[in-house]
Every structure is written in C-alpha cells, then in structure tokens.
Design a protein. Structure first.
Lengths: 99, 473
C-alpha cells in the first residue's frame, strides 16, 4: 500500500461532500497518513483464512413483528426541516443548470 | 455522597421529595456549570414537572419506580423529544428530535428525572470532550485538565455531585475513559444489551449506551432499568434485562482473574501500581489472579481507527441539509450539501469521515477495512481463548490520569492512544467496567478496568463491588 497523497485526501473529501483545500488539505494529509502508518501493524498477519467480523454477534438481526405501529408525527418532523413546501422537504435545484 | 439507590429510597418512603432533589440538582448545576461546562442544555421546567409527577404518585400510594426522583444527566447524543439534542455539533444546533431514545423512556418510566443534556466530543468522536463545538468541559478534580471523553460532560456532572447518574455512550471507551479520569464508575454493557434506538449513531457495530455513577450499585440498578429487548433496535438482544443488584455482593471467591500484560503496556507507573494493588484486593477476597498475555489486543487500536471511521463516514452521510439541522444555501443540491457539511462539521469529525471514506474506497477496501474486520475476528477469538483460562480480565482503563487541556489537540494519534485499553471490548462486544482505585502521583483519580465475556455483567459487577469496597481511601 502506497503512502496517502494530497490528491487521495482531496478525492475522499469530494466523495464525502466536504470542501477541503490549501493548508487544511496539507494538515489532514499528514494526520491521516500518521493513522494509516500506525495501521501497518495489521499487515504482519496472514489473514487469508480468517473471516471478517462486521458485527459482534453472529445472530445479526432481531426483526419485530410485521404489525402497524404509530409513526412519527409529520408536522413535528417537518417543523425541523430547513425548508418545506406542500408538506414535503424542499431542496435546491437538482436537474439542469443552476439559475 | 448519597447514591441514587439511597435517594430513591428516601423519595419512596417520603423522607424527601423528587421536587427537593430536582431543585438541589438544578441549583448545583446553576452554581458549577459556568466553570465546568458539563451541561449544554438544562431543562429545569421539564425536570420540575417530572418531579411533581413522581411526588404525586408517592402521595397517591403508587409505586414510582426504582429510580424515584433521582436526577439524571443525558449525554447530548441521546434524543429527547422536543428538547434540544446537538451531539455537540453545529450541524444539529437547535434541532429538537421528534422522538425519545428508548433508554430515556425507560429511565423516566422508573421514576428518574432528566435534568439536562451533557457535553461530549462532537458525535462522540474524541477522548477529551475538547472536540465539542460548544467548548470543552473541565475536570471537576482539576479545572486545568480534561474530563476525558467523549462522555466527558456526564462524567464531570457525576464527579461534581450535580447528579448521581449520567448516561453515556461507549464506542471505543467513551464511557470508561472519562469515568476513570473523573474518578467515577463507568460501565459499557454487552453489545445489544441496551437499545440504541434514539442514540445518534457514530459506529453502529460498536456503539453501546451505559451508566456513569458514583457507586457500582447505582450502575447495576441503572443497567437493570435500561437493559432488555427493544423491538425498535434490530441489534437489541432478545433477552430480558438481567438481575444485577441482588448479586452485587456475591464476591470473587473461587474466581480466576487474568491480569493482562497488554492492558498495562504503556501505562504510567502510578497507573500500573494501582492496577496491581487492585489485583491484590481481588486476591485477598479469595480470587486467584494469574498474569496472562493476549498479543492480539495490540492490534485493537489500528483496527478500531479503520472500522469506526468507516462506519461513521456512512452514518454521517445523513447530515445533508435536507431534513433537519443546518443548511447552508447554495446554487444546487450538491453545492448545498458540501457547504452545509463543511460549515457544520468540526475538525475531528471531518478527519474521521475522510479516513473512513478512504478505508472504504475502491482499491483500498481490502487493504484497510477488510483487513481490520479480519483482525476483529482474531481479537474476539483471542478473548474467547483467554476466557477459557480466566473468568474475568483486569487491566488499566486509560494509560494516564487526566491530562491538561490542549495537551493532545494538535496530535490526533496521541489522543487516539488514550483509548488503547478500552477499544478491545468494543471490537469484541463484551462488557467492561471501570472502578476508581486510588490516585496517581499527581493526586488525580486512577480507574482500573474489569472485562468479562458477553453477558457476564453479573460477574463483572460483583468483582467491581469488591474493588469499590477495597479501594484506597
């Protein structure tokens, strides 16, 4: 695995919808590289035969009975939204060129 | 110092009232919070109304519950309907959740009185509570030092005597490390023992809610109240809450306790001395103490700092400026998402989102996230093997006592190392508790950590009780 570059960090920032540039990009690159360097201790083991663990217990999901229960109050939920129109969440333009 | 159990007993017998206790807690907060910044929001009105309900129920001869009138503090990543919940982030500033976390409902059902929401590292990411967007919390034992984190506000509130019970969440040590640094008891239950419904998610396969208290008995009682299956959380174990208080004085005679070398490696000399003294206390109580080594634990930190950020990067994708919280307007949807997240998230949260995004990205997934998940398996197997030789494990909770504000803020890796002894239990999903055991050379509290296999809370807490009874005065 090659060392983390400034371009790598800029790329993941874009993927994560964060605007990171200039000195911040330098700083984050150094800091993230230090964490990934520390993680090199994981490379010393042959893990081919070891299965991954995604969850502490094998019995993964405890599903509830498929019965109708009360849901969140619509007005209460919408009252917390930054912008609402006709009982819906309102977002800026998605399709086409911005005005 | 009066415990929650004693306070509830006094309310139930009419020797005091819930209103009296709520007023006393609110007064203590009003007096001390300006300096400590343990609470981000105090709900005096809600607390007094809840206290009056408990008092009325006592007056009517009804059972107000095992925590009748006990003031409690809630870490501000626990949702409370209609009451501000921020996760100490600008991105949720002013948000009032439309629902309440299951643990809060259960505590209120047991008669407890929530008095406010406590400070934390933003989205529970940190080990000092300095990553809060609303300023750091100070350690009540020494105001120049951190309370630990991320549940630093709850730890400080309990240590300062504002409330006898604080709720925290523990993803890599966020209950136990601040409890140790503030000199209180902190319990991380078995994964799935306590419902996470209404806990703002950080790393879902690691997050677990638990109590910070002044006594082991209070932690046991609190867990009895909040544990047990919840249909609203698909990872909630389909088991009833365990009985814990009744067996607290079972002792450790005949038990084997493993003192783990890797849970002392890198600890300060005074911390190691406290752990060894606690081992002697357990031996005096009839336990056999063996020294053992679990080399795989050394890999915990690296695995954790890939797995937790990976899960966080996914969980925090929901903060997009659309449905709740901050929105920074921009010309189109993507620009709005970017502007909102860039302004709303703090430095550490951005760092972990980027680290996690990288660990999950094409070309690096197997080398980082996949490898970390396999190491997680190794670690769980190593724990299982150790529990074949010992009933419980013993070690330090944190490598040092409380450090000074600002000491580690510019070096993330140094900060991450303060969780090195607590992280393994989150990766395995097993329970662990920290108990105050004497002080270091600086006069600040030292916590020692007891770890047990899944669902061994009864045994872990009985051993913790032995340590509490035998702790240096």
């Amino acid at each position: 695995v090659t060392a983390l570059s400034r371009e790598d960090v800029a790329h993941v920032a874009r993927l994560a919808r964060l605007d990171i540039s200039g000195e911040d990009l330098e700083r984050y690159t150094d800091q993230l590289r230090a964490v990934l360097d520390h993680a090199k201790d994981l490379e010393a083991f042959d893990l081919e035969a070891t299965p991954p663990t995604a969850h502490p217990f094998a019995e993964a999901a405890f599903l509830r009975e498929d019965v109708v229960v009360e849901c969140l109050d619509r007005d209460e939920v919408l009252a917390q939204a930054p912008a609402v129109e006709d009982d819906r969440f309102c977002v800026p333009q998605i399709i086409g060129d911005a005005p | 110092v009066t415990s929650a159990i004693e306070l509830a007993a006094a309310v139930r017998t009419g020797d005091t009232t819930a209103t009296t206790l709520a007023e006393a807690a609110l007064a203590a907060i009003a007096q001390g919070n300006g300096e400590l910044n343990a609470f981000l929001h105090v709900d005096a009105e809600g607390a007094l109304a809840a206290a009056q309900r408990v008092d009325r129920s006592v007056a009517n001869g009804e059972d107000p519950g095992p925590l009748a009138g006990v003031p409690i503090a809630l870490k501000d990543n626990l949702c409370t309907r209609g009451v501000p919940t921020t996760a100490a982030s600008r991105i949720l500033e002013g948000w009032r959740p439309p629902y309440t976390a299951t643990v809060v409902d259960r505590l209120v059902g047991a008669g407890a009185i929530p008095v406010g929401k406590t400070n934390l590292d933003e989205f529970a990411m940190g080990s000092s509570t300095e990553n809060s967007a609303f300023g750091p919390t100070r350690n009540p034992r020494d105001h120049a030092r951190v309370p630990g984190g991320s549940s630093g506000g709850s730890a400080a509130a309990v240590a300062a005597g504002m409330v006898p019970i604080g709720l925290g969440s523990d993803t890599g040590g966020s209950i136990r490390q601040p409890a140790a640094l503030c000199g209180v008891v902190g319990l991380k239950p078995t994964y799935g023992m306590v419902s996470r419904y209404g806990l703002i998610a950080f790393a879902s396969s690691l997050d677990q809610i638990g109590p910070l208290t002044r006594t082991v008995a209070d932690a046991a009682l609190c867990l009895e109240v909040i544990a047990g299956h919840d249909p609203m959380d698909s990872t909630s174990l389909k088991e009833p809450a365990p009985s814990l208080v009744a067996s607290l004085h079972d002792g450790v005679a005949g038990r084997t306790i493993g003192l783990v070398r890797e849970l002392l490696d890198g600890a300060d000399a005074d911390v190691e001395a406290a752990v060894r003294a606690s081992a002697a206390t357990l031996r005096d109580a009839g336990a056999t103490v063996i020294e053992l080594s679990i080399p795989e634990l050394r890999l915990g930190l690296s695995a954790y700092y890939l797995i937790a950020p990976a899960e966080a990067s996914s969980n925090l994708a929901r903060y997009d400026g659309v449905r709740y919280g901050l929105r920074v307007d921009a010309v189109d949807l993507t620009a709005m998402n970017v502007a909102t997240r860039t302004k709303g998230f703090g430095d550490e949260v951005k760092r972990r989102i980027m680290l996690g995004t990288f660990a999950l990205s094409a070309g690096y997934y197997d080398a980082y996230y996949g490898r970390a998940q396999r190491v997680r398996t190794l670690l769980s197997r190593a724990f299982a093997e150790a529990y074949g030789r010992a009933d419980l494990l013993l070690g330090a909770t944190a490598p040092t006592t409380a450090f000074e504000l600002g000491a580690k803020t510019t070096d993330p890796m140094a900060m991450y190392l303060s969780d090195v002894f607590t992280i393994p239990s989150n990766l395995s999903g097993d329970p662990a508790v920290t108990v105050p055991f004497g002080v270091g050379t600086d006069g600040l509290p030292v916590g020692v950590q007891l770890l047990g296999p899944a669902r061994s809370e009864r045994l872990v807490l009985a051993a913790a009780q032995v340590l509490e009874d035998g702790a240096p005065a």
